[in-house]
Design a protein around this ligand. Structure first.
Ligand code: GLC
Ligand code: CA
Length: 558
């Protein structure tokens, strides 16, 4: 395998709206990121992914771009951005921007011109089709709920939007459009970016037909995934994209592209793949507070473990996956994965240890490192995200009461991870001097950077130990390139694995239960590399783990 600069990345994801406001308008900004580069350096990350900061009407908080060449004024200026890249460079940190090219905003000039004149060349930049008998062209459901088609004025034509109607899908079949996009990508790469996180990219190819599929819900619509997720023919577009942009700059590219198996995965992340790495979401839909896991959360743990291990094993001689437990599209990991009464330093550090040494690229989502938590709402009106309302409506249509729907949203909502960052105990958690754009979690008095930064026993300090170990000269090689071997696979609630090469063997054992667990252990302990407890019980034949204990152990090479 050819070694690449990004193989040993530890990435920190920033949701800029909620990171740090510096001018008092209540919205986080680029200068706020610059202000905290030293914090991120201290945390031990070497790559930052910033969610979209391009010009946008913010229907989907920046995932609807109206000008790819401009920074949205709410985030700052191009000068600020250039400064960020430069300041990051001084600290050996690379910046990834978020590349949203499956769709644009409906306020993008191309779409505006398309709507003005449906015969103009810009109309073919989008996916515009004739309606059928007064209905949309077919019964595809948007990923956020409701029809994926929006009627254009009083014509019989509709445009496709897989996300909100403010995000019309771009027509990748149009070569001129593709070249416009490549030009734009290269414009940014020229500035010295490390690369991109590539949004919703598995949807750029659509295999359209006018046939209505059998509905899969009371709304009469259908999630027609096979027609627009990794659809046949997508490879040609992705390859062209890579050849004309990323490859020229040796960029790091992290694709949001789920459901890739076998040969398909290889085409995406193999030696000559379309991308450097992809997120796999097979472990992401689990919510411990769902009824189904109520009396048996360990069954959920075992399922998650199986999902993660399957993916580790199937990617091993193919490429690198990106590993994560949080992002801006899901609730906070502790609330999602640990029984409420067990959420503590131990269970939180267990989760962190569990995924951090997997083979692949570890990602930390802002606030995860201090244990930020979900912020359930008392009324649906306190949510701000358009999709939240679309999902809520769908739940009501499916027969849930308003209360049931709100409860479900409070468990599932992606908005939990978007509350402003908790820097300190000061007003507005030190996030803004003005009025924050989104309510701050009142627990900021207990959970914040200020109170954890100097405390060696804090979650934040533990994250620093994780990054330090993963990038340690002596162990880096095995953590980045070493083999992955599942361990104690038949032990319920234990997620354990070995990383090994000719020179080193390291085992990572995580007790994802609130009970003690005794495991057979006769592997000749060499060194304890990390332990979230002060103690460890090991003898010649066994190891005893405390509730939610995690250990990283170096053992003798056989
Ligand atoms: C991706 C983003 C999500 C966004 C969607 C549409 O899934 O992560 O936040 O809403 O794409 O751009
Ligand atoms: Ca601001």
């Amino acid at each position: 395998m050819t070694k690449k600069w990004w193989h040993d990345s530890i990435v920190y994801q920033i949701y800029p709206k909620s990171f740090q406001d510096t001018n008092g308008d209540g919205v986080g900004d680029v200068n706020g990121i610059i202000d905290h580069l030293d914090y991120l350096k201290e945390l031990g990350v070497n790559v930052i992914w910033i969610c979209p900061i391009f010009k946008s009407p913010m229907v989907d908080h920046g995932y609807d771009i109206s000008d790819y060449y401009e920074i949205d004024p709410s985030f700052g200026t191009m000068k600020d951005m250039d400064e960020l890249i430069e300041e990051a460079k001084k600290r050996d940190i690379k910046i990834l921007m978020d590349l949203v090219i499956n769709h644009s905003s409906d306020k993008h000039i191309w779409f505006q011109k398309a709507m003005e004149d449906l015969n103009s060349k810009y109309a073919d930049y989008y996916i515009i089709k004739e309606g059928k008998d007064g209905n949309p062209p077919n019964n595809w459901r948007s990923i956020f709920g409701g029809s994926a088609w929006e009627r254009i004025g009083d014509t019989n034509k509709y445009y496709l939007h897989l996300f909100t109607k403010g995000q019309p899908d771009l027509n990748w079949e149009n070569e001129e459009l593709r070249n416009e996009l490549y030009k734009m990508v290269n414009y940014w790469l020229e500035k010295g970016l490390g690369g991109f996180r590539v949004d919703a990219i598995s949807h750029i190819k659509k295999n359209f037909d006018y046939v209505n599929l059998p509905a899969d819900g009371p709304d009469g619509l259908v999630g027609a995934w096979e027609y627009y997720q990794n659809a046949d023919g997508i490879g040609e577009f992705l390859n062209e994209l890579k050849e004309k942009t990323f490859k020229i700059y040796d960029s790091m590219t992290v694709a949001e592209a789920d459901k890739l198996e076998g040969e398909k995965l290889r085409r995406f992340i193999g030696e000559d793949g379309y991308f450097s790495t992809v997120f796999d979401f097979s472990h992401a839909p689990y919510r411990i507070r769902e009824e189904k896991w109520k009396d048996n959360y360990i069954a959920m743990v075992d399922e998650i473990r199986d999902r993660i291990f399957e993916k580790q094993l199937s990617s091993i001689d193919c490429g690198f996956l990106s590993n994560f437990i949080e992002n801006h599209d899901m609730p906070r990991s502790a609330d999602r994965l640990i029984p409420q009464e067990d959420i503590s330093f131990y269970s939180e550090t267990m989760l962190a240890t569990m995924y951090f040494f997997l083979r692949g690229i570890p990602f930390i989502y802002q606030g995860q490192e201090i244990g930020m938590r979900d912020f359930p709402k008392k009324s649906i009106k306190e949510f701000l995200d358009v999709p939240t309302y679309q999902i809520y409506d769908r739940m009501l249509k499916e027969g849930l009461t308003k209360e049931e729907a709100l409860n479900k949203i409070n468990i599932e909502s992606r908005e939990h991870s978007r509350t402003p960052f908790q820097w300190s105990t000061q007003k507005n958690a030190g996030f803004t001097a003005g009025t924050p754009w989104f309510d701050i979690n009142p627990n900021y008095k207990e959970i914040n950077v200020e109170s954890q930064r100097e405390d060696d026993a804090s979650l934040l300090s533990y994250y620093k130990k994780l990054t330090l170990l993963r990038s340690h000269e002596e162990y880096k090689e095995v953590f980045v390139y070493g083999d992955f071997v599942p361990f104690y696979k038949d032990k319920d609630g234990i997620v354990a694995y070995e990383r090994k090469d000719e020179n080193k063997r390291v085992i990572v054992i995580n007790n994802w239960t609130n009970k003690e667990n005794i495991l057979e252990f006769n592997d000749g302990l060499k060194k304890i590399l990390l332990n979230n407890y002060n103690k460890i019980f090991i003898d010649n034949a066994s190891i005893k783990l405390m509730p939610y204990q995690s250990v990283v152990l170096e053992i003798g090479v056989k």
